[in-house]
Design a protein around this ligand. Structure first.
Ligand SMILES: CCCCCCC/C=C/C(=O)SCCNC(=O)CCNC(=O)[C@H](O)C(C)(C)COP(=O)(O)OP(=O)(O)OC[C@H]1O[C@@H](n2cnc3c(N)ncnc32)[C@H](O)[C@@H]1OP(=O)(O)O
Ligand SMILES: NC(=O)C1=CN([C@@H]2O[C@H](COP(=O)(O)OP(=O)(O)OC[C@H]3O[C@@H](n4cnc5c(N)ncnc54)[C@H](OP(=O)(O)O)[C@@H]3O)[C@@H](O)[C@H]2O)C=CC1
Length: 283
């Protein structure tokens, strides 16, 4: 696949069939971090099409504006705000802006995240900290800020954290596996601690999903990702969006502390080489 083919097509997202009923998210507001990225944007389109008001958040205003314009062009209720989840003040400012607008999302989808491929033995202090600060600390900041609003306003809420498969070695991205294992454990803990607040906390662990985020990997490595699962194919962002609508919606009202693998079975079988496979593993 080429770099260009990783970009999601708005007209496809506008028309992709869904199992969910139109209107099933009417009256709901979803805040989606990483909302202009591959999985976040597909989730925003799906939730918007199901009737939710969607708020996209990310660092790049150009990408956010383009995503919002495409959704509004199809009559969806979409807005955006910039945020850098690595910066505590930026997350606070995002939620203060929402407070000023008298907007309290009832669903938070944490899809902002990412990593770079490198042998763990070569990670720099800054590289490690960047990935942990983005994926663990950043996700935590968003969760805490949302939960404080729900507690203060006596409203229920749902959180869906997009993580990675942590059961098998994802060769070359040990920093993110560590950070996401932290998010999964944190989510399990908060599912218990925040149950009295009527806040559900779940995770989705995607397998290899073709998105613009794949540009950080060399094409020859991406070519191997179909072998990361027994279904022998890459997944599509829409397949994660549908899981997001399940865990974030009424169908999952009795589901919390769960990690749903939408990974073609890659938690059970497969090999993932984000950097070249060493000769040791070749025979
Ligand atoms: C079974 C499943 C199989 C799945 C296979 C694939 C698994 C997962 C796939 C995905 O998640 S793809 C979608 C996610 N999207 C991304 O990963 C986006 C791309 N990544 C990034 O944007 C970056 O890697 C980032 C670090 C997460 C954020 O980038 P940002 O621009 O904010 O930071 P930088 O200032 O560029 O970097 C900070 C710091 O990090 C180190 N570093 C960054 N890139 C590299 C690299 N290529 N090699 C080594 N080190 C890197 C470095 O210390 C940087 O600081 P400076 O050296 O630049 O001062
Ligand atoms: N695609 C895949 O194969 C897999 C993806 N995942 C995970 O799913 C999530 C979504 O990935 P995907 O959609 O594929 O990747 P993308 O790179 O397409 O989207 C990630 C989005 O996160 C945003 N983001 C990154 N850092 C920050 C930050 N510090 N503050 C705010 N926003 C940020 C980026 O937007 P901007 O640059 O504008 O801020 C980007 O749009 C990520 O956590 C990813 O690691 C997990 C397993 C597999």
């Amino acid at each position: 696949m080429t770099d260009d083919s990783l970009d999601l097509d708005d007209s496809a997202l506008a028309e992709h069939p869904t199992v969910y009923a139109v209107g099933s998210f009417s009256g709901h507001t979803a805040l989606i971090s990483g909302g202009a990225g591959g999985i976040g944007r597909a989730s925003a389109w799906l939730l918007g099409r199901l009737g939710a008001r969607v708020i996209l958040a990310g660092r790049d205003p150009g990408k956010l504006d383009a995503a919002v314009a495409a959704m509004r062009g199809r009559g969806l209720d979409a807005t955006s705000h910039t945020v850098d989840i690595r910066e505590p003040d930026s997350v606070s400012a995002l939620f203060e802006r929402l407070d000023q607008e008298r907007t309290t999302p009832d669903l938070l989808v944490n899809s902002a995240g990412g990593q770079f491929p490198q042998p763990a033995i070569d990670f720099s202090e800054k590289g490690w900290n960047t990935v942990v600060n983005t994926n663990l600390n950043g996700t935590w900041r968003m969760m805490q800020a949302a939960a404080r609003r729900w507690r203060d306003q006596s409203k229920p809420g749902a959180i869906v954290n997009i993580v990675v498969v942590t059961q098998q070695g994802l060769y070359g991205v040990a920093h993110t596996v560590a950070a996401r294992a932290g998010v999964i454990a944190l989510s399990e803990n908060l599912a218990v601690e925040w149950a009295p607040l009527k806040i559900r906390v779940n995770c989705i662990a995607p397998g290899a999903i073709e998105t613009p985020g794949w540009r950080v990997y060399k094409p020859e490595q991406r070519e191997t990702y179909a072998r990361s699962n027994p279904m022998m194919r890459a997944g599509q962002a829409w397949e994660i969006a549908e899981a997001c609508a399940y865990l974030g919606g009424a169908a999952a009202d009795f589901v919390t502390g769960e990690t749903l693998h939408v990974a073609g079975g890659s938690q059970l079988w497969g090999e993932t080489w984000t950097i070249p496979r060493p000769g040791y593993f070749k025979s």
